[in-house]
Design a protein around this ligand. Structure first.
Ligand code: MG
Length: 304
């Protein structure tokens, strides 16, 4: 156990997008940009900065274009791979004009979740995503795909089988996603289920192209991540400061805090490339703007 661990892991920072989109208080564009620059300064090499979703659905992301325009005026792109979430062709068109080189697309494995979120079944949503992925690849834009509700759905509970996961994963691989991020949307998963999910995808995609996007709703994010690490996953999503909370349970933890990922890996001698003190500065900056405390145990213990 814990014998064949990698020397380094890749961290994908999702705080500015996944974190902020679940925060009610709107952060001004210039503060979002400063937050992203601070994240870049901490050594994070992959940051999802915004999403081109309907502003009436997610008001926090109304300034997606302005955020990218501002970042384009800095030199962050020299060191950091910036991406944004794209739901449709219209969003892709705007992003490509802004010079975005990587996008993320998404689908869940649950019809009930998809219906509530984007008013379409899983199959219908894949039909919308397919031309987006084709067009992106034509434009030389890399595509990362999120699969949500892998370990459970807030409306349907735990999946009865992994068939839907396999179908969605196979679709994304066939359409050319370079990485699949397996999301535990409401923190339903446990380590045994991580094993089942990873085994189910064997043959569909190499493990080094999988990422885990775990939520700490029930306190098991790091246990699940460690299980994935042992099984050969080496890319993990985190939200700095644990930003985002859980949209389905007020006050509950949501996204796994990037600080906890960095601490877990670095304390075991696995390099993340991230300076945790600088990362804390970025988190403190945005948490202050949001007038809230971090749900992360790490940040509560080491505020200074
Ligand atoms: Mg998340």
């Amino acid at each position: 156990m814990l014998k064949n661990l990698p020397n380094e892991v890749k961290i994908v920072e999702v705080g500015p997008r996944d974190g902020l989109q679940n925060e009610k208080m709107i952060v001004p564009t210039e503060d979002k940009v400063k937050y992203i620059l601070l994240l870049g300064d901490s050594g994070l090499k992959n940051i999802e900065v915004t999403s081109f979703v309907r502003p009436d659905r997610i008001p926090q992301m109304t300034d997606a274009k302005e955020v990218i325009e501002s970042l384009n005026k800095t030199n962050i792109k020299n060191n950091v791979n910036l991406s944004c979430l794209i739901p449709n062709l219209k969003g892709l068109e705007i992003a490509s004009k802004l010079g975005v080189k990587e996008i993320a697309v998404f689908s869940s494995t649950s019809d009930a979740f998809n219906k509530k979120n984007i008013n379409s079944t899983v199959l219908e949503s894949l039909n919308i995503i397919q031309p987006v992925m084709k067009e992106a690849l034509k434009l030389d834009i890399r595509v990362r795909a999120y699969i949500s509700t892998v370990f459970g759905c807030p409306y349907e509970g735990k999946p009865k089988s992994l068939d839907s996961l396999k179908r969605v994963a196979d679709f994304f691989v066939k359409e050319g996603a370079y990485e699949l991020s397996l999301s535990d949307t409401v923190g339903h998963g446990n380590p045994k289920e991580v094993v089942s999910v990873l085994e189910c995808l064997e043959g569909s995609i190499e493990r080094k192209r999988l990422a885990m996007h775990m939520h700490d709703t029930r306190g098991l994010a790091l246990s699940n991540i460690l299980t994935g690490l042992e099984m050969g996953v080496s890319t993990f999503d985190g939200s700095s400061g644990g930003l985002g909370g859980c949209p389905y349970a007020k006050g509950a933890s949501g996204n796994c805090a990037t600080e906890e990922l960095v601490y877990l890996f670095e304390s075991m001698g696995i390099s993340t490339g991230v300076d945790i003190n600088k990362l804390k500065e970025a988190s403190s900056f945005v948490l202050e703007k949001l007038e809230r405390k971090s749900p992360s145990k790490f940040l509560q213990a080491y505020k200074g």
